[in-house]
Ligand binder design. Structure first.
Ligand SMILES: [Zn+2]
Length: 438
């Protein structure tokens, strides 16, 4: 009997079929701490294409993949019990506000999220450090349980905010790449109209101190600092070898305010002044801006579910893909979304096909890369390549392929990105360390 023809009821009624078909698959942990192991007769989403391939044995030890015996491309599960995919990367989060789910439901973007009086900033002031770390580490635990091994976070609250997230990251085992924001806006509304106004001395010192803990600097928008201040930020972060990222074109107001003050849009200024590692959102990017971004070679992070929840347009993902922009995905604020990146993959897959206007494009593998291989093209690619290869870091997720949707699937990657539920995941490993196990 071909297992793919079974429906869910039959699967439950007749589990004997499973052992008969799967009798060869094994999942071995020689060490109690799971620091090494071997999975046999599995499907591995291998190499730079992150495409499913039959694998006789997938082995890891001491933080590295020590063996991958690859066979033919796998279009179907073919009786395999386990799937192995690269650990996912959530490229844009604000986990600091994870303790306020859905608080923004009745609020505008400004009322909920903007400094200094937005609800979120007031709530961040009132939560104790111990509670905050506990809440964030719990949220990172949810990430691990949904297959995410690392995230890039815009962390508010200056040095203290970076310290809290570092502690939560250490507790959970999920890698936090922390891009800190200064504790208070360093330039007033009046000062911002003078493009050559530098950062106040105290702000530059605060930035350097924060970067002793944080991996980089983030700011809400290009409109929050003057051109001269951005040049200083770029120079300080470059000297300290730290990352830079910025929200751009989340709504038309970002571009309009930047144009009115400087004669240039916010994306254009970001590329010229900040030289960012990541440009986040691009919700309302126009064709000329997409061309500008593509020519710059910069990586962009899309957060379509957060945009939708805020009543904003959806990002032009099809145009960005066609232009060749390296794209990543984020779940954005903890207020708006839980950290399950599979939901974002599902949403953007449908959005991309809708915008493409063709039910055959893009292929699911191109979407999966946004949470895996495309991250390898960022400054963090050596640590987190987002791909599985022999000798590479043992950073992966084990998927239960005995679920009916996988056993019946005619396109494994399509099923993976649209139907995977957290309950389908058995283990999440970051550089050899198990950060989640079912
Ligand atoms: Zn954001």
């Amino acid at each position: 009997m071909h297992f793919g023809t079974m429906d869910r009821r039959e699967y439950k009624r007749n589990p004997g079929c499973i052992s008969r078909i799967f009798f060869k698959s094994t999942y071995l942990y020689p060490m109690r701490d799971f620091s090494q192991g071997t999975i046999t007769d599995c499907v591995v989403w291998a190499g730079p294409d992150v495409a499913p391939v039959r694998c006789g044995a997938f082995a890891w030890e001491a933080g590295k993949i020590t063996g991958m015996v690859l066979g033919e491309a796998a279009t179907e599960a073919g009786g395999c019990r386990y799937g192995v995919i690269p650990g996912l990367v959530n490229a844009h989060t604000h986990v600091g506000d994870c303790f306020l789910p859905e608080v923004a439901v009745p609020l505008t973007l400004e009322e909920a999220f903007f400094r200094p009086h937005g609800y979120k900033y007031r709530a961040l002031e009132s939560i104790s450090a111990a509670d905050h770390v506990r809440q964030m580490s719990g949220f990172l635990g949810e990430m691990a349980a949904s297959g995410t091994v690392a995230h890039v976070d815009f962390r508010e609250q200056g040095l203290e905010g970076a310290r809290r997230l570092r502690e939560a990251s250490d507790l959970s085992g999920v890698r936090s790449l922390i891009l800190g924001q200064l504790k208070v806006s360093p330039q007033s509304e009046a000062e911002l109209s003078d493009a050559e106004r530098p950062l106040p001395a105290g702000a530059a010192e605060e930035l350097k101190e924060m970067l002793s803990v944080a991996d980089g600097f983030s700011e809400s928008t290009m409109n929050d600092l003057t051109d001269a201040a951005w040049r200083e930020v770029r120079s300080i972060t470059r000297d300290l070898d730290r990352a830079r990222a910025i929200h751009c074109l989340e709504n038309g107001g970002y571009r309009a305010l930047s144009l009115s003050r400087t004669g240039k849009g916010d994306l254009e200024r970001a590329l010229e002044l900040l030289d960012p590692d990541l440009v986040v959102h691009l919700t309302v990017a126009m064709d000329a801006e997409i061309d500008l971004l593509a020519a710059s070679g910069k990586t962009a992070v899309l957060n379509p579910r957060a945009n939708a929840a805020l009543g904003l347009p959806l990002p032009p993902v099809a145009k960005l893909m066609k232009a060749g922009v390296n794209l990543l995905l984020g779940t954005d604020n903890g207020i708006l979304n839980g950290p399950d990146l599979f939901r974002e993959l599902d949403f953007i897959y449908r959005l991309a096909r809708s915008q493409w206007g063709d039910g055959r494009h893009p292929l699911p593998g191109e979407i999966l890369k946004m949470a895996t291989a495309n991250f390898g093209r960022t400054r963090w690619g050596a640590e987190i390549p987002g791909t599985l290869s022999e000798g590479g870091p043992a950073t992966f997720v084990v998927v239960d392929l005995t679920r009916p949707h996988f056993q019946n699937s005619r396109d494994l990657t399509g099923t993976l990105i649209t139907r995977t539920a957290p309950g389908d995941l058995l283990q999440t490993v970051f550089r050899g360390k198990t950060v989640y196990h079912a």
